[in-house]
Ligand binder design. Structure first.
Ligand SMILES: Nc1nc2c(c(=O)[nH]1)N[C@H]1C(S)=C(S)[C@@H](COP(=O)(O)OP(=O)(O)OC[C@H]3O[C@@H](n4cnc5c(=O)[nH]c(N)nc54)[C@H](O)[C@@H]3O)O[C@H]1N2
Ligand SMILES: Nc1nc2c(c(=O)[nH]1)N[C@H]1C(S)=C(S)[C@@H](COP(=O)(O)OP(=O)(O)OC[C@H]3O[C@@H](n4cnc5c(=O)[nH]c(N)nc54)[C@H](O)[C@@H]3O)O[C@H]1N2
Ligand code: SF4
Ligand SMILES: [Mo]
Length: 700
C-alpha cells in the first residue's frame, strides 16, 4: 500500500485562496487540511473547502465528455471521446464564423474562477467581443468604476492596521469574497478597530459594530453622498489631498451640498440623520480608516454612482493608498490576465460589435456585456443573431436575473457547449458537455486576477475520470481553431510567470509570491486617470455623455418609483442572501453541506408573518411581477418589517428529471432585467432589490 503523500495547494471552492495541504493515498485525495503557512488563511478552511473530496468524488459527477442523445433538454446523453467533443465544437464554431462572423459566438463564464485569462484569450483570438461573465453584477463593475475614478481597485488594507473599519454591504465571515477573507477582517477588528456596519440585516458584523446603519436596500449611493455632506459641512476632509489630487472638487461639493442634505438622505435610506452624521464623523476622524465594500452595492442601477462616491470618501479623507486605509496593492511581477488574454488582438471593428457596447460604454471598456443583450440577440436575431455558445462554470438559468428569459434563450440557441462538474439545469440545455477538473485536478498560478498583491501555486493532486482543467480545455480548443497557444498548461504557466524570473516548477516549490508594497504612489506619479487626479468629476463619463458627477437614482422597482405596485407587492425583496455552505447554485448535492442547510430560506419579520398568518418553518410563496417561487420561512426580527430576505442559487439536484427543479425556489424567477432598470453606463443588473408579496403555502 502506498504511503500518504502531502501536496501544498490552494483552494478554489469559492473565489479561492486558502492554503491547503491535500493528503493523497492510492491516487485519491482522502483529506484536506488548512496550511498554517498560508499568508492568506493561516491554516483556516471553511465548510466548502473541507467538503471538496465529497464534490470531487461525488457519484453524480460527470467524468467524461458527453453529447446530447435526445431532444434538447430531454436529459438523454451519450459518452463520447474528447476528440469527438472538441471537433464537434470546432466544426460548429467554424461554420458560424463563416456564415455570420465570430461575433455570433458567445463565450461565457460565471463568477471569478481563475480561468478568465484562458477564456478571454480563446474569445479574443476567435474574434468575438461577446464574452458573458458575472461582471454585470459582480466585481468587474466595481473594477471598471474605480478604474475611471482612481486608476484601480482600492482594497481595505487590514495588514496596515486600520483603526476604523466600515463594512459596507459585505458579510466576509460567510462569503470570503474576492480579495477578502473574513479572517483578515477579524484579525484587524480584534486589534481594537472601531466598526461601522451598513447593512439592512443585523448579522454577525452588525452585532459587533459600534454603529449599525440599517439601510433601505439599494440606496447606498445616497448614503455615501450623505457621508460626503457631513464631511464637507464639518470640514473633516484632508485639505491638502483635496487641493492637489481631486478633479472637480467644487462641482462635486456643490452637488453634494445642494442635492443631499441629511433630511433627504434619511428619507431615501431610512437611516436616521443623526446616525449618518455620527458614522461619517467616526469614519472621517479616526485614522487610518478603511472601507470594505460588498457586492450588493454593485448589483444595482447605482453601481457606478455608489462606487465612485465611495472611492471619493476614501480619497477626501486621505485614506486612499494609505497604510491601514484603502490601498492600491502592487501585484507580483507576473503577466496580467489582460496580457495573457490578448485583449489587444481583438480587432477594433470586432470590438465595435460588442452587444450593448454603444449603450453601456463603461461596461464595454471592461469587455463586459449584459446577458439580456445576449438573450435578445438569440431570440430576436437583433442586432445580429447569436448562433452558438460555450459556457464554462456558470449556471445562468439559476443565477441570472429574470431566469425564465435566460432559460428560454438558452433553449433556443442553435448550439451550446457547457463545461461543468455536474449536469446542472443549464448544462441540460447543451449539445456537448465537457467535464471540468476541480481545483484538486489543476496546475495554475492562482489569484492572478485579484488585486491583493499575491499569486499562489495551485498544484494538481490527482486526475479523476477524463476530466480536464478548464485551462487545458480552452488551450486545446484554441489550438484546434488555429489559434496561437502555448503547447501545454505548464508552458502557459511558465509564460505567465516569466517576468518573475521563475518557472512553474520553481514557483510550485515557493508556494506563493507577493508584490512589494509601496504606499502613496500618487505622490510620485499621480493616479492613473486622464487628469492624474481622483476624478470625482469624471472626464471619461463626460466624454461619453453620462453625468460626470455621482448621484442617487431611485431603485427601479420600489415604494418610491412604482407605488402603484404596492397594493399587490407590498414588500421589498432583498434577493440573494448567501449562506456559508453553498456557493451560488453549487453544493446542493454535497451531503455534509446540504444537511446543514436542507431548504431555501426566506426571512421575514415576525410582524409580517402575523399579518399573513405564516408560521416559522412553513413554506411560503414569494411573488413578484415576474413570477412566483417557494421558500421556507424563518422569522427574523433583525430585518425591517418592510423587507423580505431570500436566498438565491436554489435548484434540486436530487430531482432527477432534466429540469432539476430549477423553477421551484429560484429567486431569479422574481428579479428583473429590463434595460431601463440597468446602470446606464455599466449595464449592471439591479439584481438585489425588487417588490414582492408573501403568502403561506402547504409544502414544496
Ligand atoms: N438574485 C441574485 N442572483 C445572484 C446573486 C445575488 O446576490 N442575487 N449573486 C450573483 C453573483 S455575485 C454571481 S458572481 C453569480 C454567479 O453565477 P454563476 O457563476 O453562474 O453561479 P455558480 O452557481 O457559482 O456556478 C455555476 C456552475 O459552475 C460550476 N463550477 C464551479 N467551479 C467550476 C470550475 O472550476 N470549472 C467549471 N467548469 N465549472 C465550475 C458549478 O458546478 C456550477 O454548476 O450569481 C449571481 N446571482
Ligand atoms: N458561502 C458563499 N460565499 C460566497 C458566495 C456564495 O454564494 N456563498 N458568493 C461569492 C460571490 S460571487 C460574491 S460576489 C461574494 C459576495 O459577498 P458579499 O460582498 O459579502 O455580499 P453578500 O453576502 O451578498 O451581502 C453582504 C451583506 O450585504 C447586505 N445587503 C444586502 N443588500 C444590501 C444593500 O442594498 N445595501 C447594503 N448596504 N447591504 C446590503 C446583506 O444583508 C449581507 O449581510 O461572495 C462570494 N462568496
Ligand atoms: S473560504 Fe473559499 S478558499 Fe477558503 S476554504 Fe472556504 S471555499 Fe476554500
Ligand atoms: Mo459575485
Amino acid at each position: 500500500m502506498e504511503e500518504i503523500k502531502k501536496i501544498r495547494t490552494a483552494c478554489r471552492s469559492c473565489h479561492g485562496g486558502c492554503g491547503v495541504i491535500a493528503h493523497i493515498k492510492d491516487g485519491k485525495v482522502i483529506k484536506v487540511e488548512g496550511d498554517p503557512d498560508s499568508p492568506i488563511s493561516h491554516g483556516t478552511l471553511c465548510s466548502k473547502g473541507l467538503a471538496i473530496t465529497q464534490l470531487a468524488y461525488h457519484p453524480d459527477r460527470v467524468l467524461y465528455p458527453m453529447k446530447r442523445a435526445g431532444a434538447r433538454g430531454e436529459g438523454k446523453w451519450q459518452r463520447i471521446t474528447w476528440d469527438e467533443a472538441l471537433n464537434t465544437i470546432v466544426e460548429k464554431f467554424k461554420k458560424v464564423i463563416s456564415e455570420y462572423g465570430p461575433e455570433s459566438i458567445v463565450v461565457g463564464q460565471g463568477t471569478g474562477r481563475d480561468y478568465e485569462s484562458h477564456l478571454y484569450r480563446f474569445a479574443n483570438l476567435l474574434g468575438t467581443p461577446n464574452v458573458l461573465t458575472a461582471g454585470h453584477m459582480c466585481y468587474v463593475s466595481r473594477v471598471g468604476s474605480t478604474l475611471i475614478t482612481c486608476g484601480t481597485l482600492p482594497i481595505a488594507d487590514y495588514e496596515g492596521g486600520p483603526k476604523c473599519i466600515v463594512v459596507w454591504a459585505c458579510n466576509p465571515q460567510w462569503t470570503n469574497p474576492d480579495e477578502y477573507k473574513g479572517e483578515n477582517f477579524w484579525r484587524a477588528y480584534q486589534k481594537g478597530a472601531k466598526l461601522i456596519c451598513i447593512d439592512p440585516r443585523r448579522g454577525f458584523i452588525a452585532n459587533k459594530a459600534d454603529l449599525w446603519l440599517q439601510i433601505r436596500p439599494g440606496t447606498d449611493a445616497a448614503l455615501s453622498l450623505g457621508f460626503h455632506h457631513v464631511i464637507i459641512e464639518e470640514e473633516l476632509y484632508d485639505k491638502e489631498f483635496v487641493d492637489n489630487y481631486i478633479n472637480g472638487w467644487d462641482a462635486f461639493r456643490e452637488r453634494v451640498m445642494k442635492d443631499y442634505p441629511l433630511e433627504k438622505v434619511e428619507e431615501i435610506t431610512w437611516v436616521d440623520k443623526d446616525l449618518i452624521r455620527k458614522a461619517a464623523r467616526m469614519y472621517a476622524t479616526t485614522k487610518p480608516a478603511c472601507i470594505h465594500w460588498g457586492v450588493p452595492t454593485e448589483q444595482t442601477n447605482n453601481c457606478v454612482n455608489y462606487t465612485r462616491a465611495t472611492t471619493g470618501l476614501m480619497a477626501v479623507t486621505g485614506n486612499l493608498d494609505a497604510p491601514g486605509g484603502n490601498a492600491l496593492f502592487v501585484n507580483p511581477p507576473t503577466r496580467t490576465v489582460a496580457e495573457f488574454s490578448r485583449h489587444r488582438d481583438l480587432p477594433p471593428e470586432q470590438q465595435k460589435k460588442r452587444l450593448g457596447g454603444d449603450q453601456f460604454k463603461l461596461g464595454a471598456r471592461v469587455a463586459m456585456i449584459n446577458p439580456k443583450k445576449a438573450w435578445d440577440a438569440i431570440v430576436t436575431g437583433q442586432p445580429y443573431p447569436l448562433k452558438a455558445g460555450i459556457l464554462c462554470g456558470s449556471n445562468p438559468v439559476v443565477t441570472r436575473a429574470n431566469a425564465k428569459e435566460a432559460y428560454e434563450a438558452l433553449r433556443k440557441i442553435e448550439f451550446l457547449a457547457v463545461i461543468d462538474f455536474f449536469m446542472t439545469p443549464t448544462a441540460e440545455l447543451a449539445d456537448i458537455f465537457l467535464p471540468s477538473g476541480t481545483w484538486l485536478e489543476q496546475n495554475h498560478v492562482a489569484d492572478n486576477w485579484k488585486r491583493h498583491g499575491y499569486v499562489l501555486a495551485r498544484q494538481k493532486c490527482v486526475e479523476i475520470g477524463e476530466c480536464w482543467q478548464d485551462h487545458k480545455i480552452f488551450l486545446e480548443l484554441g489550438k484546434r481553431m488555429g489559434q496561437e497557444w502555448p503547447n501545454t498548461v505548464e508552458e502557459a504557466l511558465d509564460y505567465l510567470l516569466e517576468p518573475s524570473g521563475l518557472t512553474w516548477e520553481q514557483f510550485k516549490e515557493k508556494g506563493y509570491l507577493r508584490g512589494e508594497m509601496v504606499y502613496y504612489k500618487y505622490k510620485q506619479r499621480g493616479f492613473s486617470t486622464p487628469t492624474k487626479k481622483v476624478e470625482l468629476y469624471s472626464t471619461i463619463l463626460e466624454k461619453w455623455g453620462y453625468d460626470p458627477l455621482p448621484k442617487y437614482v431611485e431603485v427601479p422597482e420600489s415604494p418610491v418609483s412604482t407605488p402603484h405596485l404596492l397594493k399587490d407587492y407590498p414588500y421589498i425583496l432583498n434577493a440573494g442572501l448567501r449562506t456559508p455552505t453553498f456557493f451560488h447554485s453549487a453544493n446542493r448535492q454535497i451531503p455534509s453541506l446540504r444537511e446543514i442547510r436542507p431548504d431555501p430560506i426566506v426571512e421575514i419579520h415576525p410582524e409580517t408573518a402575523k399579518r399573513h398568518n405564516i408560521k416559522d418553518g412553513q413554506w411560503a410563496y414569494i411573488t413578484s411581477p415576474r413570477g412566483r417561487i417557494k421558500q421556507r420561512v424563518k422569522l427574523n426580527d433583525n430585518i425591517d418589517p418592510r423587507v423580505v430576505v431570500g436566498e438565491h442559487g436554489w435548484w434540486y439536484p436530487e430531482q432527477k428529471d432534466p429540469s432539476h427543479g430549477w423553477n421551484i425556489s429560484n429567486i431569479n424567477i422574481l428579479t428583473d432585467n429590463a434595460y431601463e432598470t440597468l446602470d446606464p453606463a455599466m449595464g449592471s443588473t439591479n439584481l438585489r432589490v425588487c417588490l414582492c408579496s408573501i403568502a403561506p403555502c402547504e409544502d414544496r
